[in-house]
Design a protein. Structure first.
Length: 174
């Protein structure tokens, strides 16, 4: 990761993922708001609870890409909440021979949090971060903050500066 999060801005040892994220955002001077809401992980429902259009949600999906028979790469794909991930686009982008959603256990291990609370930021060296360029048109991104009952609204330009995602088109028409 080349951004400030997960690298140059290190959180104190022993903090949980949520606390690490908040510490990193604060240390980097990011503009964000916390939003408490009833526990919810489905993008459309949590967007309504947070009071924004579903397109402003950062939907995070962990994908496995096989490169030949011996190499496997994992991608944290971040797309607008109203978009569908194009698995073939991810496969082509990485020169893969096979692509699929990662199994739940592997996805949660790499993301550091349970399904539906995956951050649009990778803290794991084996999880490559790729964001769809459509996200850059949204001034503020919303996502569950590594927990089901609290979300973050983060300025998009701060997200790009801190997370340093690879930007590539990875969505398909619904």
């Amino acid at each position: 990761m080349t951004g400030e999060l997960g690298g140059a801005v290190a959180a104190p040892e022993g903090l949980e993922l949520y606390e690490r994220l908040i510490a990193d955002l604060d240390a980097a001077g990011a503009r964000y708001r916390l939003i408490d809401h009833p526990p919810e992980g489905r993008t459309d429902l949590v967007s309504a609870l947070r009071g924004h259009d579903v397109a402003c949600a950062a939907k995070c999906l962990v994908v496995m890409v096989k490169i030949g028979k011996k190499r496997t790469r994992y991608v944290l794909a971040v797309v607008p909440g109203d978009a569908r991930l194009d698995l073939q686009a991810v496969k082509t982008l990485l020169g893969g021979t096979y692509v699929a959603f990662a199994g739940r256990d592997k996805a949660e291990e790499l993301a550091g949090s349970v399904s539906s609370t995956v951050l649009p930021i990778s803290y794991h060296p084996d999880l490559e971060l790729i964001a769809d360029p459509a996200l850059l048109r949204i001034p503020e991104l919303y996502f569950n903050a590594a927990r089901l009952d609290r979300s973050i609204a983060l300025a998009t330009d701060d997200y790009v500066r801190l997370a340093a995602p690879r930007i590539a088109p990875i969505t398909t028409a619904n």
